[in-house]
Design a protein. Structure first.
Length: 292
């Protein structure tokens, strides 16, 4: 299986210039802030997921590629390589993740990682895929308060439409962790509702968008996804101390962790960033094959 990682460095001057040029939307810092932890995601993969065939890093442009990345070991994919030209440039994760299946030489089984999810303990291939089906926790929800849940509702509705099913009062929402995708199933959905996918996309996030949950819900409703929660611990940087983060990273109790960014003051950001980097360096002190 492969891993696909999407990454944005909001400190990149070229990226910032494009954002100001092509959007009228004020930048939400927490969506684009770089914590400097990407290299530790790669080290975690190398140490805890040795069965991975290839890692693909998806970025908007060459200026986003970290200088330490070993491009002989990592396939760098630019947005223009996989996303229709009419949707570019984009500063919205949804158009990006809806087109990851277009990556050249992508394996049938692939895991989609946001750059805030880290494997901290040894994983097995069967944690994510079993006998041609993905493994992921699924839950049902009624209320769609807020933009993200509206996007979830949209995605569930279109997944059911693609399968010829009626809408449901309850919408499905997959577990927030790395997600197991089957390229053939994703391509099948896109062939059915690609026009709706493209028509829903915007340069910055909007409540009209569809997201990757369309593919996961389709797989689940079709019997191609096993409803089983992955071993994951979630942290919000707005609700956790640097000491607690460090303790968990150095002595994890779950295989995966998500460290979710939220709006916090600059001094708290610097404090937590320092704690995170120290903890990850303690956990993964050695360079891996994905680094120069």
């Amino acid at each position: 299986m492969d891993i696909v990682i999407t990454y944005v460095n909001g400190l990149d001057p070229e990226w910032q210039a494009d954002y100001c040029k092509f959007t009228n939307t004020p930048m939400v810092e927490k969506r684009f802030r770089d914590w400097g932890t990407l290299r530790y995601l790669f080290r975690g993969i190398a140490e805890n997921m040795p069965f991975i065939r290839r890692v693909h890093l998806v970025v908007s442009q060459e200026s986003q590629v970290p200088e330490w990345l070993n491009r002989d070991a990592v396939n760098v994919v630019l947005h223009r390589d996989i996303i229709p030209a009419e949707l570019l440039p984009t500063f919205n994760c949804n158009p990006i993740e809806m087109h990851l299946h277009n990556i050249n030489d992508l394996d049938e089984e692939y895991l989609y990682f946001n750059d805030d999810i880290f494997p901290l303990l040894p994983c097995l291939p069967t944690d994510f895929f079993r006998e041609g089906r993905g493994v992921l926790g699924m839950s049902r929800h009624l209320l769609e308060i807020g933009m993200f849940k509206k996007i979830c509702r949209n995605s569930d509705s279109v997944a059911r439409k693609a399968l010829g099913m009626k809408n449901s009062i309850l919408f499905l929402r997959p577990q927030h962790v790395c997600t197991p995708m089957l390229k053939s199933q994703v391509s099948e959905v896109y062939e059915k509702v690609g026009d709706e996918i493209v028509g829903s996309m915007t340069a910055t996030r909007s409540a009209k968008n569809l997201n990757q949950y369309l593919y996961l819900n389709y797989m689940y409703l079709k019997g191609m996804l096993i409803n089983e929660r992955l071993s994951k611990k979630h942290f919000s940087v707005g609700m956790v101390s640097g000491k607690k983060l460090r303790k968990f990273i150095e002595h994890p109790t779950h295989k995966l962790t998500c460290i979710n960014d939220v709006n916090i003051a600059d001094d708290r950001y610097e404090e937590l960033r320092s704690a995170l980097l120290d903890a990850f360096e303690s956990k993964f002190p050695d360079k891996c094959k994905y680094e120069l």
